[in-house]
Design a protein around this ligand. Structure first.
Ligand code: NAD
Length: 353
């Protein structure tokens, strides 16, 4: 759609957002990409070093909880599209502090919806609000079955409850005000730039430092994993070609029990580090399960495949291998993140202007 020129991407300094920003900045030199991010603990502009000087990229430090600020930004840029990824994203943190998740994920989303509605009130032709969400809104599965776009919402954690609520608001703005929205619900992502509080980067980091690999319960929890760059490709596809008012599940038909995933990771790490097979597996430690944990998530990604021809570009083994290689080659990034040094990058880089 050649009409779309200016796109606001929220949460572009985060894990998935940075890959979406990179994909769009590289692929669409004719677009102006405006990255809006509050730079919380999860936001890291070092993720975007390679694109920060591009003429079609602008960074704005802003908090989406601030309704007036959000509407001033929309007035200034008059975006044609929004891809909304900014969120509090860590389930364990949501158990400790649910209200922070309501503020950013629910109220922040409604602030953006209001600003888009105001900006496009005279003409919403060719405009698009793309809300990026999770498969966790669907609740949990038993041993069998898959989540489809028709699966009723049944969130269990404060995180998934806040994301479910934001999805409902996005749909309500479509049904009530005709806002041209589209929603994607994706399975667990992994890949470069993943904050080391999450399972895969945490295990890579701990194997490198010979620390225990914590696995909840008995490791039978099952997740569907997608390489983050394949998520960014799917977002590009749905943003441009998805049907207005609809939602699309994104997944790779790639289910792993946590214990099997960590064992595969250990196998690849031993291999890459030249250690005897079985070395890293000895670090596996079972820890007490957290409350309300869902047994199994698995996505039926038939619709996006059938309607938009989407397929992931890498197998899990390849994606995992590329991810490990990235962490091994970017230990400075990992050290900055674990020491908190990455938070000074913004001051160094942007205090000049
Ligand atoms: P992340 O935590 O790595 O990044 C979130 C980004 O949002 C950070 O840069 C942070 O600074 C920014 N942010 C947080 N609060 C903000 C606020 N109030 N105002 C402005 N910016 C703020 O998260 P992620 O893993 O990249 O997830 C991005 C989105 O994708 C989220 O909406 C999440 O729900 C969704 N999602 C994530 C996964 C996954 O596996 N990580 C899977 C499916 C969907």
């Amino acid at each position: 759609n050649k009409m779309i020129k200016k796109i606001i991407i929220t949460g572009g300094a985060g894990f998935i957002g940075s890959h979406v920003v990179r994909e769009f900045v590289n692929k669409y030199p004719e677009y102006q990409i405006i990255n809006i991010d509050a730079l919380t603990y999860a936001g890291n502009l070092e993720n975007l070093r390679d694109v920060e000087d591009r003429p079609n990229y602008t960074f704005v430090k802003a908090d989406i909880r601030d309704a007036q600020l959000v509407s001033r930004i929309f007035e200034a840029f008059k975006p044609d599209g929004v891809i909304h990824l900014a969120a509090e994203s860590h389930v364990d943190r949501s158990i400790a502090d649910p209200l922070a998740f309501v503020m950013t994920n629910v109220i922040g989303t409604v602030n953006l919806l209001n600003a888009a509605k105001e900006t496009w009130k005279d003409n919403s032709e060719g405009k698009r609000f793309h809300h990026v969400s999770t498969d966790e809104v669907y609740g949990t599965l038993g041993e069998a079955g898959l989540f489809t776009e028709e699966t009723p919402y049944d969130p269990h954690s404060p995180y998934s409850a806040s994301k479910a609520s934001s999805d409902h608001f996005v749909r309500a703005y479509h049904d009530t005000y005709d806002l041209p929205v589209v929603i994607t619900n994706c399975s667990n992502n992994y890949g470069p730039n993943h904050f080391p509080e999450k399972l895969i980067p945490l295990c890579i980091h701990n194997i490198l430092h010979n620390r225990p690999l914590p696995i909840y319960g008995d490791g039978r929890f099952t997740r569907d994993w997608l390489f983050v760059i394949d998520h960014a490709r799917a977002i590009d596809l749905v943003f441009h070609r998805g049907n207005t008012g609809e939602s699309y599940n994104i997944g790779g038909f790639n289910e792993w029990k946590n214990i099997d995933l960590v064992k595969e990771l250990c196998r690849q790490m031993d291999d890459k580090l030249g250690r005897p097979a079985g070395t890293s597996e000895k670090l596996i430690t079972f820890v007490k399960d957290r409350p309300g944990r869902d047994l199994r998530y698995a996505i039926d990604a038939t619709k996006i495949n059938r309607e938009l021809g989407y397929k992931p570009s890498v197998t899990f083994e390849e994606g995992l291998s590329r991810t490990i290689d990235w962490y091994l080659n970017n230990q400075e990034w990992l050290d900055h993140v674990t020491s908190g040094d990455y938070q000074r990058y913004y001051e160094k880089q942007y205090s000049k202007s």
